[in-house]
Write a protein that binds this ligand. Structure first.
Ligand SMILES: [Zn+2]
Length: 199
């Protein structure tokens, strides 16, 4: 019996180390959407290195249509374009709107994929763009812990997006993204934020 208990403990310990973070959503989890999002987000995480080498990043976002066709893909460019608004999500929305020649993406039924949870500004940007679905990798809590970026206050945003007909899926394959953020910090890259008196 003791042996069984020890074995059970060992298998739970092993399992908890290997099972990735649980996907969360504001709708009933659709596995097909999760699988597609995993592929896209892992791809974006792998693209991160080439963007950070050019001075962008460390976040990458892409917009796809419902048939899986890429509409736009961009990284964060706050530092290299000297603009505090240039987060990956804002950049990709701007790129998609420019490409489609509209400020209203709603009729195009588009999905936004991003390597980390959108910040307070990007939630507003997404809400105003007409994007229908949002998928992200690393949760804000981890982004803040790893990098020191301030993601802002976002009370009940899953619920608020649901009210506005926007589907959200989070914690999609966050491990690779977290590793990339560690690399960004360890490489001594700039963690941009406004200076504040309290700091
Ligand atoms: Zn943002």
């Amino acid at each position: 019996m003791k042996k069984f208990a020890a074995l059970l403990f060992l298998s739970i310990a092993l399992l908890s180390n290997t099972v990735s973070a649980k996907v969360i959503s504001n709708e009933k989890i659709n596995n097909q959407k999760v699988e597609q999002a995993k592929k896209i987000i892992v791809g974006l995480q792998k693209d991160m290195k080439s963007y950070t080498a050019k001075g962008s990043g460390p976040f990458v976002a892409a917009i796809y249509d419902k048939n899986g066709n890429l509409v736009a893909k961009t990284a964060n460019s706050v530092v290299n374009e000297t603009c505090s608004n240039n987060h990956a999500e804002m950049n990709v929305i701007k790129a998609a709107e420019k490409k489609l020649g509209t400020y209203d993406l709603a009729p195009y039924d588009l999905r936004l994929y991003v390597t980390a949870e959108p910040c307070i500004m990007c939630l507003g940007g997404i809400m105003w763009s007409g994007i229908k679905e949002v998928y992200y990798g690393v949760p804000s809590k981890s982004v803040e812990e790893i990098t020191g970026f301030d993601e802002g206050f976002k009370p009940h945003w899953f619920k608020e997006f649901k009210k506005r007909g926007i589907v959200v899926y989070g914690n999609i394959e966050p491990e690779i993204g977290e590793q990339e953020l560690h690399n960004y910090v360890n490489d001594g890259k700039e963690v941009y934020k406004p200076s504040r008196k309290s700091e």
